[in-house]
Design a protein around this ligand. Structure first.
Ligand SMILES: [Zn+2]
Length: 311
């Protein structure tokens, strides 16, 4: 077997695009890590996938960017220190609108557009905890194909979003009719072996689903399904300064009124329970105790009927 051809090319903002071309023609997968600079899991997973591909009979092309936001990565920060930009809210970008928008524009034009599928590997980052999951947007012509890829990825939870929110890599893909998924896991600045292994195996399973690699026959267990708009922009804010003390874990299923945590004022003089506004799965859970008024404490996702029936 001849090895796939590997090329590296520099894009705007220090982004390095690695293109792996298989021996036979086939689909193109766009693969992103490090869209947020405090999320190491996706960066390492992309590099490990590239290394795995050297020995595999690839059909088609993989366009991979391990570190999609190099200034944020260098600063270990979710956002760019150059302009405060959040790359995951900056797509499709504009080359003339500052460093983060320029990176978004380059990744849109050179990586996402013209591909047949997108996988964007995130994690909860420094400030939150999240369950290991694959997410996708159900709207648009690529919704059903995105769902198939999310299931193929093999994470224990699949999060279905009714519509793509603006500024995301997934919204650019949805607009172009390209099936797209993202992945999340616990974060916190450390990497857990089983999450990293799921990311690497998950991307290889997506490649197999697309017919770009032979199927390994490895079938992940059926996922738990959750739904909702849910991202940090829609979460429950602290509403005051103090300490957040969590009572549940990311991925726990909570019922309406159940305690998610407690909020103590800075002096320890008063505390109030933070409760679930409805039934759901805890998708984001604030990791850091010291909390300002606008900080989001948690985000719940709705439980699917199939989840309720199986629980
Ligand atoms: Zn992220």
């Amino acid at each position: 077997m001849q090895e796939p051809q590997v090329n590296h090319r520099s894009l705007a903002g220090g982004v390095v695009l690695t293109t792996v071309t298989g021996q036979s023609a086939g689909p193109t997968l766009a693969l992103l890590g490090g869209v947020h600079g405090d999320e190491d899991e996706g960066v390492l997973a992309v590099r490990l996938v590239l290394s795995e591909l050297r020995g595999l009979p690839l059909r088609g092309t993989v366009r991979a960017v391990a570190v999609a936001n190099p200034p944020a990565w260098d600063a270990h920060s979710r956002t760019s220190p150059l302009d405060g930009g959040n790359l995951a809210r900056s797509f499709p970008g504009d080359p003339a609108d500052g460093p983060t928008a320029a990176i978004a524009a380059a990744v849109t034009a050179e990586v996402i557009e013209g591909s047949d599928a997108l996988v964007d590997l995130h994690s909860a980052g420094i400030r939150y905890r999240m369950p290991l999951l694959a997410g996708y947007c159900a709207d648009g012509p690529a919704g059903a194909a995105s769902e198939r890829l999310a299931v193929a990825f093999g994470a224990p939870v699949v999060w279905r979003h009714p519509a793509s929110a603006p500024g995301r890599s997934l919204s650019v893909a949805a607009q172009a009719g390209i099936p797209a998924i993202y992945a999340e896991c616990s974060g916190g600045g450390s990497i857990r072996a089983h999450e990293l292994d799921t990311y690497v195996a998950g991307v290889l399973r997506v490649l197999a689903e697309l017919g770009m690699l032979p199927s390994s026959g490895d079938r992940p267990a059926p996922p738990r399904w959750v739904h909702g708009q849910g991202d940090l922009d829609t979460g429950a804010a602290a509403g005051g300064h103090g300490f957040f003390v969590s009572s549940v874990r990311a991925g726990d299923v909570v019922r309406r009124g159940e305690e998610i945590g407690r909020f103590h004022d800075h002096d320890g003089e008063s505390a109030h329970p933070v409760v679930a506004p409805g039934d759901g799965m805890v998708m984001f859970l604030r990791r850091q105790a010291r909390t300002a008024t606008e900080d989001v404490l948690f985000v719940l996702a709705g439980l699917d009927g199939r989840e309720e029936a199986g629980a």
